[in-house]
Ligand binder design. Structure first.
Ligand code: SF4
Ligand code: SF4
Length: 385
């Protein structure tokens, strides 16, 4: 479906404007976005071209290209004209979603929408099992007056690999004497990634349900494991005229260590490379706390990857790409594993469920089981307290 008639032409431009992407008209086609975009490390892809076509209302809505952007945040950082490429790209996906036009790559999004609508998670899991990761641990339901709500999010609640991260987090919180609780089956997906696929209506529904639960439960401070939950709670939920105190686990660990509530009692003699997740680093400027925590661990040697902090290389899982198939040889996570091994790291540590899922997958596909381990920061901290 090429958007050539007058109405869709207007529609593309209007939808982009309505989504805060109005700045696309300032694009002067310098191509700097394409220079930094990680896609051009593995295949050709041009955000510059997408912006150009959208300007004339000539976007091919059924093409794979509008689904490629991982919303990593690299190109908006570089753009000399302040073009909001992510907002423009999401606007194009909104049109595709509205028309129900999904190319083969983006088809899984339909199943995700059904799962989120019925069960509040994208993993086709039942809502009633949302707290099963906590079985056998000392975890209470959140009640008003508790110090903090722990919101593990969908992947830590259901994914077998990532449940270990939720459990490590709880062990740390208990060791530090934190008075916390969880929402269990009342917890919903935060909605961050489905919004980036263009399903604004579903995002709003999920967000409103979460906000109602937070308010009804008397929640003030929320601890999250996922930078995607962090981003949407902190920067997007205020669109609904609410404000909660959001803290990412890396910030909370830093706080617990500095206040003396958490002490390291063992050594961790390993070379560890830290990967900055896009939504923690570039989108929210949290670079120092995870490094400070790792640097305080006795014995640990912290390595920097070739592209780090603001220039971090995306894992490939943002913008809903976690749900789409990326062919082998085109996965950014494969490049990242090679970078970590190249730095002599024994472990690649990060603080995002999507990054861990992408890296673990590549580790298997690349036969790197012996070469490198993937860790969440909590899994290391749990071993030294
Ligand atoms: S960097 Fe900005 S101005 Fe340059 S081509 Fe990309 S969107 Fe256009
Ligand atoms: S946000 Fe990242 S993935 Fe998307 S076009 Fe820009 S550089 Fe590429």
């Amino acid at each position: 479906m090429k958007m050539e008639t007058v109405a869709p032409f207007k529609e593309i431009i209007d939808v982009i404007k309505a989504n805060g992407g109005d700045a696309f008209k300032f694009c002067y086609q310098c191509g700097l976005c394409d220079v930094v975009c990680p896609w051009n490390r593995v295949r050709t892809f041009s955000m510059r071209k997408l912006i150009r076509e959208a300007t004339f209302g000539l976007t091919e809505i059924e093409s794979d290209d509008i689904w490629r952007c991982t919303t990593c945040g690299r190109c908006p950082q570089q753009c000399p004209r302040g073009v909001k490429q992510i907002e423009s790209g999401v606007a194009l996906r909104r049109i595709a979603t509205e028309y129900g036009v999904f190319p083969a790559t983006a088809k899984p999004v339909k199943t995700i929408v059904a799962s989120l609508t019925a069960e509040g998670n994208p993993l086709n899991e039942e809502r009633k099992n949302r707290a099963s990761w906590a079985e056998g641990l000392s975890v209470k339901p959140f009640t008003e007056g508790m110090e903090i709500l722990y919101f593990p999010g969908c992947y830590l609640s259901y994914d077998p690999r990532l449940k270990k991260v939720a459990r490590a987090t709880v062990n740390i919180l208990n060791k530090a004497g934190v008075n916390f609780g969880i929402l269990g089956t009342k917890e919903n997906c935060c909605g961050e990634s489905i919004r980036k696929t263009g399903d604004e209506e579903l995002f709003k529904r999920l967000a409103k349900e979460n906000i109602k639960t937070f308010i009804d439960s008397g929640v003030k401070r929320i601890l999250v494991s996922s930078p995607h939950c962090y981003h949407t709670f902190k920067n997007e939920y205020p669109e609904f005229m609410v404000k909660f105190d959001i803290v990412h686990i890396t910030q909370f660990l830093f706080e617990l260590i500095n206040s003396g509530r958490l002490k390291f009692t063992k050594e961790y003699v390993k070379k560890v490379a830290y990967h900055d997740p896009c939504y923690l680093g570039r989108h929210n400027s949290i670079y120092d706390e995870p490094r400070a925590v790792l640097q305080k661990i006795p014995g640990l040697i912290l390595k920097e990857l070739p592209e780090f902090r603001k220039a971090s290389l995306c894992c490939g899982g943002g913008g809903g790409r976690i749900w789409m198939e990326t062919v082998k040889g085109e996965r950014f996570s494969e490049l990242r594993l090679d970078q970590a091994i190249g730095e002599g790291a024994e472990e690649l540590v990060t603080a995002c469920p999507y990054c861990i899922a992408m890296f673990e997958d590549s580790r298997i596909v690349m036969n790197y089981d012996e070469k490198i381990q993937i860790k969440d920061i909590t899994e290391i901290v749990q071993e030294v307290i």
